[in-house]
Design a protein around this ligand. Sequence first.
Ligand SMILES: *Cc1c(COP(=O)(O)O)cnc(C)c1O
Length: 405
Amino acid sequence: MIPYGRQTVSQDDIDAVISVLQSDWLTQGPAIEGFEAALASYTGAAFSLAVSNGTAALHLACLALGMGKADRVWTSPITFVASANCARYCGAQVDFVDVEPGTWNISIESLTAKLRQAKQDNKLPSLLIVVHFAGQSCDMAAISQLADEYGFAVIEDASHALGADYEQGKVGNCRYSSMSIFSFHPVKMITTGEGGAITTNDPQLHKALLALRTHGIVREPEDLLAPADGPWSYEQHSLGYNYRITDMQAALGQSQLKKLDQYVAQRRTIVQRYNDMLSDTPVQCPIQKPQGAPSWHIYPICLWYSAENPKNLGTITQARRQIFTGLREQGIGVQVHYIPVYRQPYYADMGFSGDSFPVAESYYAGAITLPVYPALSEDDQQRVVDVLHDQIDLAANLIADTDSP
Ligand SMILES: *Cc1c(COP(=O)(O)O)cnc(C)c1O
């Protein structure tokens, strides 16, 4: 099976983990600070904080901004459920903003319209969590302008986008946001097994995150509310969690980070080849915007997508299922990223309907994620494309040219 994504672990990574195992610190030791410093330096953010996973990073970021029952949090429907769940952990209400064709990132047009309406209804969000889908940055300059105009905070879910460029900097530099979060799950850009991180330029947020990561406890003498009983003193100021990462994981992360630019370059080469090889097929390849260079965590295609001449989504769904199954049967580990979050029963029960998100619905009907990872060989990639061509030919009879909704 050719998987849709997989980690690259080499001997230097293994050596880095072993040297931590032979040291005095398995957790809360110097490897964590080393990894955090390397991440801050790589992204260009002032601070970085490593945590147990990307979901924990999202949860802490929402908590540090004080999200609670009175707040509305908006995010993209084309994302992993964690981007929305983190707001629910804080009791906040979740809503979604439709995506734009081609990048499948939050649409600035939809966001602007939804904000205008929300202002009239007195239901403006306190927070927008943008998702840099597939590793391509959202239009952060436009989003931060809207954030200023309508008064909401911005968190970047950059789980896909470590190593991506936007304007003159790296995603994660938080030039246009309060915080960015990353995931180091094995399919992501670099891995620590499980792991995540938050970057920020705000020293107050960094301090709040440090305490929340470890039960809401502070230890520095200047942070204590009462005179210290002794050198052992600590105080719990808020209800935090144990969201720490281990030193073994941090050492693996720091070793992986050294190779990130090489991984990104390999992914970009593979994606360019896919774009060329699929140009004569009824496939909408991901569109790259001129403001940046994506990291290409995944390669999501959409079958028979057409904004001008939309086809019946029911027949596309049927053809996609046949093509997807055919690819899997031929040993190609395709995936679908993602089932729109509002379709999940947990969210659908809140009253969401696909009618509010026409682009997300069209995308989902034809979506298939093709394999991309640094070690994917040219031969394997050719095989993916050959099988896809065959499967599209087999399914094409389902899609008639006259077929309109
Ligand atoms: C992977 C991912 C997460 C969650 O990360 P974990 O480390 O698995 O908790 C959140 N958001 C997006 C968009 C992701 O892809």
